[in-house]
Design a protein around this ligand. Structure first.
Ligand code: HEC
Ligand code: HEC
Ligand code: HEC
Ligand code: HEC
Length: 500
């Protein structure tokens, strides 16, 4: 058999093209086997090895397969001989002699074809599987580095990219591969967008992605969110804001998931691609009439993409896997956690200035942040700070890490490049994109934008995180929620502000 194979290879490699083809096919096949063996034995686990063994090697293999007949065809052209003449010239008479199942050459071709089909079949299944893995999507291409970093510390770090980015069935697979191919071409040509544009227009509807794992409760389910904004004073005093959402879709007092009811459809069109400036919103509840709220503000001729979009989960939860924090919020979080100690005078102001300064690249930012902190204090404050070296080192390290996590100059991502719609934190307007006085129906009525439309308020820049538990409001719009919360929380330890 090996002799037959050797004869065959010598025979078909009619010229340098054919020889190159045979070399490419054989080498890529053997290397593939080697890589597979190595990864089976756990010797290599790197994503780049996958890039070689599942993309480059099969490509080289196919290219080789194409070159062999190409070489043969060229040989016919150059010598002016027919295929039969060439066959007779390049193979022994015995190899061409017809037996029970064709000639020796024919049988080798048959076996090789079977091997090729098996190899390419196995290779492409492996390749599709490999390309579905988060590690491939996130690390094979440097453009993804910021999303990969954000994903790694998100609640979805164990959910594969394809669960959200690829819809169901062949259509989802095809669309995602075509889009991936386009991105690869743009990347190779160096004309890819920086930053990667958002929203992702070809994202599949939520029932093919998010709803595979999540469901939204029907009845009352309270979620409490509390956070401190720190003041720009010497002690960076915490000011607590706490809100309670009713996450149920069908509750007496509707909450944000009212938009997610099956019998509610909210559609909108926006002036800009980022879906920040909404032109009009239409809403239909059950069999009721369509109510339309349209822009009636300072710019009178709204122009933009009027293709309507139906609100689904990602119109609010757009950053679930790739959250980039606004700079002030990042600093506030570090102070609340105690990583930036409030004993460092005016640490809020100093830290914010350090991380928002303009730095050309990551290295400059790391050096600049350290320098900004070390040079921030003078006079009496300097004496205080000099005694706090360990705190200072910890603060610098935390700010450097936060900057590196959120700011990616190589992809033109700065603070606030990707606003989170779930809320109304600057730079985005989130809920206020629709809930604002400029979008009105024909009677001039706007979509509600009072603070208590979206959530009950338990503290609003207050000294304590649950000020309503102590300062009772028996009449206001949240009285019912507050009563409920008091029943649940009275007697429980309320979190206290971190000590100075
Ligand atoms: C839990 C769902 C989910 C997972 C898992 C997920 N993504 Fe995303 N991704 C999204 C959503 C939602 C958007 C924003 C879509 C929008 O605003 O239209 C997005 C946007 C993006 C963007 C566009 C740029 C941007 O930041 O908005 C890139 C690139 C991206 N994701 C890459 C990845 C990669 C790579 C992985 C895996 C390592 C991944 N995603 C995993 C949901 C997900
Ligand atoms: C493969 C399953 C899966 C898919 C698909 C998925 N999630 Fe999740 N999601 C999870 C898991 C697991 C958690 C973490 C739960 C926990 O930590 O308690 C989570 C957490 C969340 C949270 C709460 C944490 C946060 O970030 O605020 C939200 C909101 C959320 N997912 C929304 C979405 C949306 C929107 C989509 C679609 C774009 C989606 N998820 C797709 C599994 C999934
Ligand atoms: C109109 C905006 C909006 C839409 C649309 C929306 N949500 Fe939410 N969702 C919120 C808000 C606000 C919260 C509460 C704050 C938070 O947890 O981020 C929330 C909370 C959640 C949570 C976290 C619950 C927890 O206990 O942490 C999950 C999971 C979730 N939503 C899933 C979904 C899914 C799935 C969809 C689509 C069917 C959806 N949401 C549609 C606004 C929305
Ligand atoms: C795309 C536009 C749009 C966005 C974005 C949006 N909403 Fe709405 N929302 C509406 C419309 C339209 C209504 C129905 C208004 C009405 O009935 O008067 C509504 C109704 C509501 C209601 C029910 C009010 C009631 O009394 O019926 C709540 C609660 C709500 N939204 C909260 C939110 C929150 C919280 C966010 C952000 C996380 C948000 N919405 C984002 C368009 C939007």
């Amino acid at each position: 058999m090996f002799r037959a194979y050797g004869n065959f290879i010598r025979g078909v490699s009619a010229n340098w093209i054919g020889r190159l083809g045979v070399a490419a096919t054989t080498a890529s096949f053997l290397l593939f086997l080697l890589f597979e063996l190595a990864s089976l034995l756990g010797i290599v686990t790197n994503a780049y090895v996958g890039l070689i063994s599942y993309l480059t090697l099969p490509a080289a293999f196919v290219a080789g397969l194409v070159l062999v007949p190409l070489g043969w065809w060229r040989q016919m052209k150059v010598t002016g001989k027919s295929s039969t003449e060439l066959l007779q010239e390049r193979f022994d008479r015995g190899d061409l002699e017809r037996r029970r199942i064709g000639s020796q050459v024919f049988r080798v071709v048959l076996v090789l074809t079977a091997v090729n089909v098996l190899f390419l079949g196995a290779g492409s299944t492996q390749m599709l599987h490999y390309m579905d893995q988060a590690e491939f999507c996130g690390t094979a291409c440097h453009v993804m580095a910021p999303e990969w970093a954000a994903y790694g510390d998100s609640p979805h770090a164990n959910v594969d990219c394809v669960e959200c980015h690829v819809g169901e069935g062949v259509k989802g697979l095809y669309e995602s591969k075509i889009s991936g191919l386009r991105q690869t071409v743009l990347y190779v040509l160096g004309t890819h967008h920086k930053p990667v544009p958002t929203p992702v227009h070809q994202l599949s509807p939520a029932d093919e992605t998010c709803l595979h794992c999540h469901s939204v409760p029907d009845r009352t389910e309270l979620a409490i969110r509390s956070r401190a904004r720190h003041d720009f004073d010497a002690e960076s005093t915490p000011l607590y804001s706490t809100v309670a959402f009713d996450l149920g879709r069908r509750t007496d007092r509707p909450g944000p998931h009212w938009h997610a009811r099956e019998d509610v459809e909210v559609r909108y069109a926006s002036k800009d691609d980022a879906r920040e400036t909404v032109l009009w919103v239409e809403v239909r509840e059950g069999d009721g009439p369509v109510r339309r709220f349209a822009y009636d503000g300072p710019w009178h001729e709204p122009a933009g993409d009027e293709t309507p979009r139906v609100v689904d989960c990602v119109d609010c939860h757009n950053r679930v896997a790739h959250r980039f924090e606004p700079a002030e919020r990042a600093v506030d979080r570090l102070i609340t956690e105690g990583t930036l100690p409030r004993v460092l005078p005016e640490i809020k102001e100093v830290a914010l200035a350090a991380i928002t300064a303009d730095y050309p690249d990551r290295e400059a930012a790391q050096v600049g942040i350290a320098r900004a902190l070390r040079n921030a204090w003078h006079g009496e404050q300097r004496t205080v700070v000099t005694a706090l070296q360990p705190e200072m080192d910890r603060a610098i390290a935390a700010l450097q890490a936060t900057h590196a996590r959120n700011v990616h100059p190589e992809m033109a991502i700065g603070w606030g490049t990707y606003p989170d719609h779930n809320g109304h934190a600057a730079p985005g307007r989130g809920c206020f994109r629709c809930h604002n006085p400029d979008l009105v129906d024909e009677t001039g009525t706007a979509i509600g934008s009072e603070c208590t439309t979206g959530h009950a308020i338990l503290a609003d820049e207050s000294a304590a995180p649950f000020s309503v538990l102590t300062e009772r409001d028996e009449q206001g719009p949240d009285a019912e929620t507050h009563r409920y919360l008091r029943e649940h929380f009275e007697g429980l330890a309320v979190p206290v502000p971190p000590a100075l």
